[in-house]
Design a protein around this ligand. Structure first.
Ligand SMILES: *Cc1c(COP(=O)(O)O)cnc(C)c1O
Length: 222
């Protein structure tokens, strides 16, 4: 099936209120254009340099999401244009994003990445660290970032029960955060969970944003 056929098939089954991030990492500008022509405007990349090159070449009405792990020294390159940073996993990184956003007169929306999978290697905060960050005095002074929700990646497994349990854990943390008072830099509205293999489970468990790559663009060749 073609990129546009894949995209349309996914969109048909996706509830309207759920944002589809088309994960275009490793894919060419030509392939991205196929999705763009089929109406897709939100794309996700996991490397700052690759995302910046694509932003330079492509239409400026595309919203670029950084979904990968971010090195602090790369933040400056994406600060002028990135529309959502999913993988924020330290206060130091938040401070850097705040600084670079300020230089660009922007307020950058960020998701805190929560470690929900069993795998050791995945980045992210533990559940209790999220509250610690939000109550941190330095965090409260940051004016050019806005924490708008959480992002998580489930264990890469066929075990749907485990995936479901992991998504339920992050959803319950998300619900807890929504009970907290809003502040100028904290307004949790987005729960970014679900990829090609598990986005249906994610939607059943409270996802508001799915990040789908190979189911749209085909397998990646690294
Ligand atoms: C690559 C990637 C995706 C998309 O993965 P697919 O399985 O191809 O849908 C989603 N989220 C993150 C963080 C990724 O790095």
């Amino acid at each position: 099936m073609s990129i546009s056929e894949n995209l349309n098939k996914i969109k048909e089954t996706l509830p309207k209120e759920i944002t589809l991030v088309a994960v275009s990492k490793t894919k060419s500008v030509t392939e991205i254009m196929k999705a763009y022509e089929a109406g897709q405007r939100v794309f996700g990349e996991n490397k700052v340099q690759e995302m910046t090159e694509k932003w330079e070449q492509l239409s400026k009405d595309i919203q670029w999401h950084m979904i990968g792990h971010v090195q602090r020294n790369k933040v400056k390159y994406m600060a002028p244009f990135v529309s959502l940073i999913h993988g924020v996993d330290s206060l130091k990184l938040l401070k850097e994003i705040d600084k670079e956003a300020g230089k660009n007169n922007r307020i950058l929306s960020c998701l805190l990445q929560v470690h929900i999978a069993q795998e050791e290697t995945k980045f992210g905060f533990d559940t209790d660290e999220i509250t610690t960050i939000l109550e941190n005095e330095t965090f409260k002074t940051l004016q050019n970032i806005k924490v708008v929700g959480l992002m998580g990646m489930a264990t890469f497994t066929e075990d749907e029960k485990l995936i479901k349990k992991e998504f339920q854990n992050i959803k319950s943390l998300f619900d807890t955060l929504q009970l907290k008072p809003e502040t100028p830099n904290f307004k949790p509205e987005i729960l970014s969970i679900g990829m090609s293999g598990d986005y249906r489970i994610a939607i059943e468990n409270g996802s508001t944003m799915v990040r789908v790559g190979s189911a749209i663009f085909g397998e990646r060749n690294y």
